[in-house]
Ligand binder design. Structure first.
Ligand code: C5P
Length: 431
């Protein structure tokens, strides 16, 4: 694609270079990004400047290079804040073990960490270090923290290292890093104009004022799905059950911690929405009557009568087609995943269902990763490996957007006449 028309055309990218021997490859990265049409600003840490001089980058980009956190720009503004605000993406490459640690705890002592910390644009981090440093548990914990914060990691590669040894830790090739940055913009905005409702977390069905029947759902999968939709330009409502994570900024949040409350919230939000993803683990049963007072122990057995909860997503599926959103359900199954998931998709009248196996050696509940298969009525549509939940969310949106557009036409035409609610405006694109 020509640089004038590709996804990086006219984008402002800040490349933050830190002190690794791989800093020379950042020169090539800057070139690759510029060749694809981006305007590139470079920030260097002091130790990076010992490997490659600011003059190299300034000559290449024809722009001033920020090498100190105290630098001012031509207008006497604080350079790292100006760049952080102007950036469409920040790329830290190479990222040393030290810079990963600083980013994970929010330190901003260098121009590079200050920009990454201050920017609301997506941050891509490409680590490079000795194999021992990369596999060190502290580094791995820092990497996991950064993923949780929404940083995009470009994994280091296996190969010969500066030490002379061969192992993992080599900076990914500049072309690979540039591809990752480009992908950020390929997807950006592909859900623009769509109103998406996502439910997440578990429900808690009260037995008395202090006790409930609940489940271990963390809400991490649904939250990742809501966040990814927000970053791709959708207007997102998150219906949040009981969750162990905070709802992401930039989405409207409706709290609903019982199945009945969730039903009410979904019935209010779903009509006229374009897509509903029911990732919440809704309790199938609730105590028939919650006791108004805390139940006392008196030595006798306690019987709690349970009644079935409404199947919320099945109810949405029955809505008239002009207000019924495109529907994605989840199925956690301990056996016969495919048969049970497709059975549920048909019984509940869904468009897609995301299945995963529970009760095996790997416990996805509460984990940052999962292995899922997406099914349509024709069978399995994906063969994805175990992935971080945010990456699952991105892949899910690729698939959902595709299917949604085939079902509804490029503009959701089937629904245009049906008094759709006006869009509340784009939800922004904070990481
Ligand atoms: O039947 P099962 O609970 O396995 O179905 C899972 C799917 O149905 C999930 O998408 C879940 O959010 C949804 N569900 C629902 N209402 C219920 C139970 C489950 O919408 N009462």
């Amino acid at each position: 694609m020509s640089p004038e028309r590709g996804p990086l055309a006219g984008r402002r990218i800040v490349v933050g270079v830190t002190g690794s021997i791989a800093a020379y490859k950042a020169v090539l990265l800057v070139r690759r990004l510029m060749e694809r049409g981006a305007t590139v600003d470079v920030a260097l840490t002091r130790s990076a400047a010992a490997f490659v001089t600011p003059l190299t980058f300034a000559s290449l980009t024809h722009r001033p290079v920020v090498s100190d956190v105290l630098d001012l720009d031509a207008e006497q503004q604080i350079a790292h804040i100006e760049l952080a605000e102007a950036a469409d993406a920040v790329v830290v490459a190479p990222a040393t073990a030290n810079v990963l640690a600083e980013l994970a705890i929010g330190m901003a002592s260098s121009s590079v960490t200050a920009i990454a910390c201050a920017s609301r644009a997506p941050v891509v981090v490409a680590p490079a270090m000795d194999a021992g440093m990369w596999t060190n548990p502290a580094t791995q914990r820092n990497v996991a923290t950064l993923r949780e914060f929404g940083y995009l990691l470009v994994e280091p590669e296996v190969g010969s290292l500066a030490s002379g040894l061969t192992g993992i830790g080599r900076l990914a090739e500049p072309g690979t890093i540039a591809d990752t940055v480009e992908r950020l913009f390929e997807r950006a905005g592909d859900l623009e104009g769509l109103r998406v409702v996502v439910s997440a977390g578990g429900t808690r069905e009260p037995i008395d004022p202090v006790r409930f029947i609940g489940n271990r759902s963390s809400g991490k999968m649904g939250t990742a799905i809501a966040e990814a939709a927000r970053d791709r330009g959708a207007t997102v409502t998150l219906i949040a059950g009981a969750m162990s994570v905070n709802p992401p900024p930039g989405v409207s949040v409706v709290n609903a911690t019982t199945a009945q409350a969730m039903r009410q919230a979904v019935m209010r939000e779903a009509p006229g929405a374009d897509i509903l993803v029911m990732a919440a683990a809704v309790a199938d049963f609730a105590p028939k009557q919650a006791s108004g007072r805390k139940i006392k122990r008196d030595g006798a057995e306690l019987q709690v009568e349970l009644v079935p909860n409404p199947d919320i997503i099945a109810e949405v599926a029955e809505m008239p087609t002009d207000i019924r959103p495109f529907l994605i359900g989840f199925a956690a199954e301990s056996q016969d995943l495919e048969a049970n998931a497709i059975g549920k998709l048909r019984d509940k009248g869904l468009d897609l269902i995301v299945g995963n196996v529970v009760g095996g050696p790997f416990d996805a509940i509460g984990s940052d990763e999962n292995k899922v298969t997406v099914f349509g009525s024709e069978g399995a549509l994906t063969d994805w490996p175990m992935l971080p939940k945010r990456q699952i969310a991105e892949r899910l949106w690729d698939l959902i957007a595709d299917r949604y557009r085939s079902a509804r036409g490029p503009d959701g035409a089937q629904k245009e006449k049906a008094g759709r609610r006006p869009r509340a405006g784009s939800a922004g694109s904070r990481r």
